[in-house]
Design a protein around this ligand. Sequence first.
Ligand code: PEP
Length: 252
Amino acid sequence: MRRKLVVGNWKLNGSFARNTALLGEVRSGGCVEGVDIAVCPPFPYLQQAGDMLSGSSVLLGAQDVSAYQEGAYTGEVSGRMLVDLGCTYVIVGHSERRSLFGETDSRVASKVGAALAAGLTPIVCVGESRSQRELGGAEQVVASQLESVVAAIDIKLLDRLVVAYEPVWAIGTGLTATPEQAQSMHVFIRRCLGRGGVDSDGVRILYGGSVNAGNALQLFNEKDIDGALVGGASLVFDGFKAICEAASKASL
Ligand code: PEP
């Protein structure tokens, strides 16, 4: 049985004052039975979040990691630095990084390798654009995104991955994949990982794309949807908490 995981991706949002309020709520109310919960604030607030969440069951993640370990790479943040800050998870290959910052499949694979080498759990994002889905190429896109990771990483490490299926057309748009669409892609992802030699039964596959309090339970009731990567709805505690509670309900 895979334990459900709900991860809040704060993206480029927050301030010390706003975070103090939200983290305080997450700390006191963000523990629900049977669910792992993590938040991923921007880099400058990881220390604040780590301090405020210390001693609670809510885990810390980052939104990106360098492919490099150290050296002359101005502006980069390494996996070891994230571990120093108390991170457990790191999001890698989010579609915003792929589309806005030119991250290629091979760069994503290098980052996954760097994250694993540092002892972090990478949450690897994959997903097709609207036109790719309309042209019938969704599975092919997702398969090739996954294959570049599987081909680059020591197979023994790959069952530590978390995968997030995030159809690009559903991110921040209010258009959620139907539970059937998401379940079908999650089964496909598990099959791709299995074909690559990964022990895929234990790999958690999250859905991401306009998850909210109203649609979370239906998604989580699907057998292969092991939780969610949540953007906008993770910035308001009541909504985030309701998603975590839906994950708990679905796992009972
Ligand atoms: C995300 O950014 O990973 C995401 C899923 O965003 P949203 O929930 O806002 O669609």
